[in-house]
Ligand binder design. Structure first.
Ligand code: PMP
Length: 339
């Protein structure tokens, strides 16, 4: 199935982005055997910009162009952990716009090189004391857009087009690809756009589907979902790139989330190496966090043989060679049955 997204007219040309989305959903036999249930992987690295963020970037940019929030040749501005920035840079280049991307200084070197290769102007920022204070990505992106002519801040943390992208595309894809049999979803939470859009769509189809999120320890989503209050700010010392936040963005909808689990960076790194040993595939940091979560909470998850769990893999491991794969070998004992 292909999703033919709405057309936008750029400089007299109708532009339809048919390449984004429709990524594969594959059953993983050894995980299914290890966890005694039906486990599938939604592999978002098959998007043109090699991450799920192509979807959000396209919807936010399309909305801005269509509604004349930006004029031809203008500058798209975003605060990003890297992937949204890459998606915006690619699309901006294709459509004749510029891209100015504010990223945290902890962003992987690989993502920085990709951003530069697609012609984005990159600004390194400091998010260690939160994302709304001076020198943070969010603060500087907002200020830059406000002070620059014909610049538009896509603002993924508060832009409803971010959720809409997943509600209109990823959710329906998953429902169709799973032949309406999905029972559980496990998704890393960054801006919250993916989990909220997918969760909203799937729960509209079947309220019983469990929507589970994954974040690093000290991130605030778990506390917020459990108590309704935003936990006090704590620095995310061992942040897992792309997921975990110190504030609750407008793109996160707690109504469609059943539970948030927490994992730490070391557990995620370790499992990325084990997964590589098993499959010869390099997976992204937040994908590894999803696997680490499954391993850590398998008892509590209590999956049955007939359950169909979809793991959301937002990007590819080639963006994290230095962070995930260059270091020492796995420390823990082997996890997967067939290793
Ligand atoms: N994983 C990676 C690698 C990401 O780049 C992002 C986006 N920041 C996420 C997970 C989380 O997605 P979302 O922002 O939709 O919650």
């Amino acid at each position: 199935m292909r999703f033919y997204y709405r057309t936008i007219n750029v400089r007299g040309r109708d532009l339809i982005n048919t390449a984004i989305g429709n990524t594969p959903l594959r059953k993983c036999n050894f995980l299914s055997a290890s966890y005694n249930s039906q486990i599938y992987i939604k592999d978002e690295s098959h998007n043109p910009g090699k991450s799920s963020k192509d979807r959000a970037a396209w919807f936010m940019m399309e909305d801005a162009i269509r509604n004349e929030k930006i004029k031809p040749g203008g500058t798209f501005v975003e605060a990003s952990s890297g992937n949204t920035g890459i998606s915006i840079a690619i699309l901006a280049r294709k459509m004749g716009y510029r891209a100015k991307i504010f990223v945290s200084k902890t962003c992987s070197q690989e993502k920085l090189r990709i951003l530069e290769s697609y012609g984005a102007e990159v600004e390194l920022c400091d998010n260690s004391r939160g994302m709304h204070i001076f020198n943070s990505t969010q603060y500087l992106a907002q200020a830059y857009a406000a002070n620059t002519e014909n610049a538009y801040f896509t603002n993924q943390y508060y832009n409803s087009a971010n959720i809409k992208a997943h509600y209109k595309t990823t959710g329906p894809e998953l429902w169709q690809q799973s032949e309406q049999a999905v029972t559980h979803m496990l998704i890393g939470v960054g801006t919250g756009g993916s989990i909220s859009g997918i969760g909203r769509f799937l729960k509209e189809q079947n309220r019983q589907i469990k929507i589970w999120g994954v974040e690093p320890v000290r991130s605030v989503y778990q506390g917020f979902v459990e108590t309704g209050m935003v936990p006090e700010f704590q620095e995310l010392h061992d942040a897992i790139e792309g997921i975990g936040r110190t504030f609750i963005p407008g793109a996160f909808d707690p109504q469609v989330v059943d539970r948030i689990f927490q994992v730490d960076a070391e557990e995620s790194k370790d499992i990325a190496k084990q997964y590589y040993a098993q499959t010869n595939q390099l997976i992204g940091y937040s994908s590894a966090a999803v696997l680490a979560c499954l391993e850590k909470y398998k008892e509590e998850m209590n999956l049955k043989e007939e359950d169909q769990l979809i793991l959301f893999f937002p990007d590819h491991g080639d963006r994290y060679i230095q962070k995930l794969y260059k270091e020492k070998k796995s420390q823990s004992s082997k996890i997967y049955n067939s290793l």
